[in-house]
Write a protein that binds this ligand. Structure first.
Ligand code: ATP
Length: 199
């Protein structure tokens, strides 16, 4: 799986639709201070479901919508779409290409889509968690987070690495299976008791 494109429209400083395409390997975004480099990273974490306004460097979620600049007036909505090449099937979806979109209106509310079909935030999170792009998006390390990572305890670092490696999804599945097994055991005990009573 790899990130192939990111399209931003009406998000932060990107009033007009702007598409970034990424090849395999390393990509770099360069530009003068304040030109919107971090906004590109914010757009990526936002479309992947980021809910924390602090992580998006804003006061309220509506702050992500283009607020007007120069001659251009404020817009009523922000939309970001991200496309992944999924030919290796790492994302648990029956598509060789997966597009995730998020739209937010100034009047409130977010809409998500997976390949053009309406989806819930939980669907996006479940889809991404297996590929190491879990809920807390530890794979995106912002400028201010580097210190946090360097000074994290061994235990905190282990949690971050497990999230990035997609281990948490397996842990959740393991817990679910253990609960099912426990309830099966209880049922079996009840059946054995009934059999004893009937004998
Ligand atoms: P640096 O190199 O200094 O870290 P940068 O290239 O990462 O800068 P960003 O922080 O991504 O720049 O972008 C900052 C710009 O985005 C500012 O000019 C700010 O006014 C603009 N901006 C942020 N939110 C909005 C918004 N909602 N509407 C319009 N412009 C916005």
């Amino acid at each position: 799986m790899h990130l192939t494109s990111l399209t931003i429209r009406g998000f932060k400083s990107f009033a007009s639709a702007t598409t970034f395409t990424f090849d395999r390997g390393m990509s770099a975004i360069v530009g003068p201070n304040g030109s919107g480099k971090s906004n590109v990273v914010d757009a990526l974490s936002w479309v992947l479901g980021e809910q924390g306004t602090k992580n998006l460097r804003g006061g309220s979620m509506q702050d992500v919508i283009f607020a007007g600049a120069g001659q251009r007036s404020a817009l009523g909505r922000a939309k970001v779409s991200v496309t992944f090449d999924n030919s290796d099937g790492e994302l648990d979806a029956p598509y060789s290409e997966v597009e995730i979109s998020r739209t937010m209106f100034r009047t409130g509310g977010s809409e998500y889509e997976i390949n053009g079909e309406p989806a819930r935030l939980a669907d996006i999170q479940e889809l991404l968690s297996g590929a190491g792009l879990g809920k807390n998006l530890h794979v995106l390390v912002g400028q201010g987070q580097l210190d946090q990572l360097l000074y994290a305890s061994a235990e905190q670092r282990r949690v971050l690495l497990e999230e990035a490696a997609g281990i948490n999804r397996h842990r959740r599945r393991q817990d679910k299976t253990a609960r099912k097994l426990e309830s099966m055991r209880e049922n079996l005990t009840r059946v054995e008791d009934l059999v004893k009573e009937l004998e």
